[in-house]
Design a protein around this ligand. Structure first.
Ligand SMILES: Nc1nc2c(ncn2[C@@H]2O[C@H](COP(=O)(O)OP(=O)(O)OP(=O)(O)O)[C@@H](O)[C@H]2O)c(=O)[nH]1
Ligand SMILES: [Mg+2]
Length: 378
């Protein structure tokens, strides 16, 4: 039996689309005085120029909700926020109202999952204590809800000043998750001196530790600044699939029977794709499937796997069907998953182009990566 690569590629495509549409929606409130860099932060961290092209609409007097079609994120922004005494209480009340509503809906897609309070390092000549007072009153009202609050120090330049501010805020012992200095975009001072962007990757890690598991795929799908975090999540997806495929076992030998891409593997490909947040079309998937577990490679593959199994498990004869097939399934799933991650990383970094994958050179590369993964001792 041969794998119908076209059919498998289509299955992957369907699974990706399904997975994308079933992602839970992440809802974040971003607060901070006018001009601190809220929009810049949002655009720099999330893919697709979200705050620029997303549609904003006022949901309360001071708060605007930004959303985009088929995009699992809503940002509640407070543009032009001033900390004048008149506005302070009002904005806080509106935020608590939003949190309350989200809770009442009893739906993860409606709940507020996180608050970023942004303080501008560059603009603050001295430390503004009224801002701390405001955060304190917010944490007070937040006690019942326990929405994680992260203080983001925006435009963190010079760095030294940013870390000094971090210490000062931390010394207040506020009921918050973390204080994260960020320079979202490089900052030019003159031709000589450019301050390099930093800190967005840390913010992603802090979010990763803060958000519930149901939102991790969503968050990795959205963020575009921390490749390591994506890879970690993708490896976890492979591990899950491997466990499943081991348990499922396979119809025993012959290995050349290439009915290997069971739904588990298709699901794994979908998960990894979604985590990387890349657009993958059918031609890419067809190239990948046919260069790995697909028809052309099946026989070679079968032999490679058999050889590997004998190396891996001492004393295994040819007749131990269940054992071998479980390990084989796990082996193939791992190799496929890890090879696919490698390809996603190359695409993500722009080190290969989509169309490179269709060329002979491209398919040879995929074959090589896959075989290398198969040969790896684990
Ligand atoms: N180089 C650099 N400029 C930044 C950064 N963050 C903000 N800026 C600049 O600061 C100005 C204000 O940034 P915005 O992101 O619009 O600030 P905002 O908080 O959204 O402002 P409002 O929407 O008015 O409340 C813009 O000119 C940005 O380009 C940064 O990390 N690096
Ligand atoms: Mg803005």
């Amino acid at each position: 039996m041969e794998i119908n690569t076209d059919d498998v590629a289509q299955k992957c495509l369907n699974a990706i689309s399904e997975k994308l549409h079933s992602l839970k929606k992440l809802n974040i409130i971003v607060i901070g005085k006018s001009g601190v860099g809220k929009s810049t932060l949002i655009n720099s961290l999330f893919r697709g120029n979200f705050a620029e092209v997303g549609l904003g609409r006022p949901v309360t007097d001071k708060i605007r909700k930004i959303e985009k079609k088929d995009y699992p994120l809503a940002v509640y922004d407070t543009p032009g926020f001033e900390l004048s005494s008149g506005q302070q209480g009002k904005v806080k009340d509106e935020i608590i109202e939003l949190i309350n509503k989200g809770m009442a809906a009893q739906d993860i897609n409606e709940a507020i999952h996180c608050i970023w309070y942004c303080i501008n390092v560059g603009g603050n000549r001295t430390f503004d204590s009224s801002e701390i007072e405001w955060i304190k009153s917010l944490t007070e009202s937040n006690k019942v809800f326990k929405v994680p609050i992260i203080v983001v120090l925006t435009q963190s330049c010079p760095k030294k000043k940013a870390y000094e501010m971090k210490r000062l805020v931390e010394a207040e012992n506020l009921d918050i998750v973390s204080v994260v200095p960020v320079l979202a975009q490089d900052m030019d001072f003159d031709e000589e001196y450019v301050a390099r962007a930093f800190g967005l990757d840390t913010l992603v890690d802090v979010m990763g530790e803060t958000l519930p598991d149901e939102l991790q795929d969503t968050f990795q799908n959205l963020q575009k600044v921390n490749l390591e975090a994506k890879k970690r999540r993708a490896h976890a997806a492979v591990a899950t699939a491997v466990t499943a495929s081991f348990g499922e076992g396979f119809a025993p030998i012959p290995f050349a029977d290439a009915a290997l891409l069971v739904p588990t593997q298709v699901g794994m490909i979908a998960s990894i794709t979604v985590i990387f947040g890349l657009e993958v079309n059918k031609s890419i998937l067809t190239a990948i499937v046919s260069s790995t577990v697909g028809a052309g490679g099946a026989t070679v593959l079968g032999r490679t796997i058999v050889a590997n199994i004998f190396k891996l498990i001492p004393g295994v004869g040819s007749g131990v069907g269940g054992m071998i097939s479980g390990s084989t399934a796990a082996l193939i799933t791992t190799a496929l998953g890890e090879a696919y991650i490698q390809l996603m990383v190359l695409l993500y970094k722009g080190e290969i182009k989509e169309e490179d994958l269709y060329s002979e050179k491209g398919t040879n590369m995929i074959k090589r990566i896959f075989k290398d993964e198969l040969k790896k001792k684990r």
